[in-house]
Design a protein around this ligand. Sequence first.
Ligand code: GTR
Length: 426
Amino acid sequence: GPKTVDYNNMPGYNYDEAKIPPYELLDPQRMADGKPVTTPQQWWTQRRPEIVKLFEDNIYGRTPAAAEQAPVRVESVEGRTPALDGLAYREQVDLIFGPAPKPGSHTAWRMRVLLYLPARATGPVPVIFGLNGGGNQSVVDDPGIKPTDIWVSEDEQAPHPETPGADTRGSQSTQWQVKTVLSRGYGLATAYYQDLEPDAKDQRANSVRALFDAPGTVSAPNEWGAVAAWAWGYRKAVAYLRSNPAVDAAHVAVTGHSRLGKAADWAAATTPEIGALLSTESGKGGQSIQRRELGETVKHLAEKFPHWMCPAYATWINRDQQIPADGNMLLSLVAPRPLYAASANDDRWADPKGEFLALRSAATTYTLLGTSALPPDTAMPAVDRPIGTDTNTAYHIRSGKHDVTAFDWQRYLDFLDTRWGAPVHR
Ligand code: GTR
């Protein structure tokens, strides 16, 4: 069977704060030429584009213009249908990206979006969108969900598509808290991440990436990887949601956990239409500080998941302290939009302190842009004590393991209530 890996006790990795090799935290407010950023105008026109390019060239790769401009066909799978014992309406659509599926490729070039809207809504509602890792049917036990095939593999190798079994219905309902979200007046939308790209190396042919190949882009140092493809999926889903009259287009938030947190982070960083980011334990290669050598390393990410990042990412193996684009810069790209970064205490692999330091550093950009943020001298909070929730930069470290829980969701919803105003419903 599949071997279990205990990421919090990996031999050969550092988990000791005292043993972190010296590093310098990158400064979101200092240009590559050393000049300080002092005005919002400088941020928007110079420093921000510079940071985006650093991420394109070193971390996630560049999403081809053809992919950004690609027309998406929306095909209804199910129109508005009462669901969840009167709590919600359910809608399901396919976003079609390409022509007919390639014979034998098992991919359909489409992403199936499941949308729940609160039945008590009196008008367009704020919606939270996140890619899921278990198939749409896993987020809540609802026999009306029409899942796509899920890609299954042992040890993340050679996956094949399989129709999800009945036992997977609602199997991730704790991680998604669909009913809580709906009862608080928010809509919840999700799609299966492997609709976009199967999460294993050498699956490029089955990825949406294969739809947008152009001469010179494949295997270029800055070729986009799977995380960028998933982020692109976030962007396309959000564009669809914002076109849906039941959705309050100014208030669409995204969320993601772990590897999908990395995708949500990059999506929010590069998509101004995304109204808020709720980032759960996206760790190294996401909201954590890669320069801090604690827990996961560049080497692990680049070698275990060679399909996630751009080819140039591997050039930073064993040079974590020199990586030119880091989690604090990633989160700074979300400014001035509401941002909640969440860690878990028993998630040493992701380096919770690094996640906190990244959020705190990103907060300086919020301040530059004139919006409320955590002060730079803020200390790491105690476990289960959210901070910054009355500003646009919130953080907590929850007790427990690498996961998404009811605690995380309740804090996210409280935060959105404060930032956007609680949704009005009957
Ligand atoms: C791990 C990986 C982490 C994180 C995690 C997850 O194997 O090392 O970076 O992405 O998977 O997605 O749960």
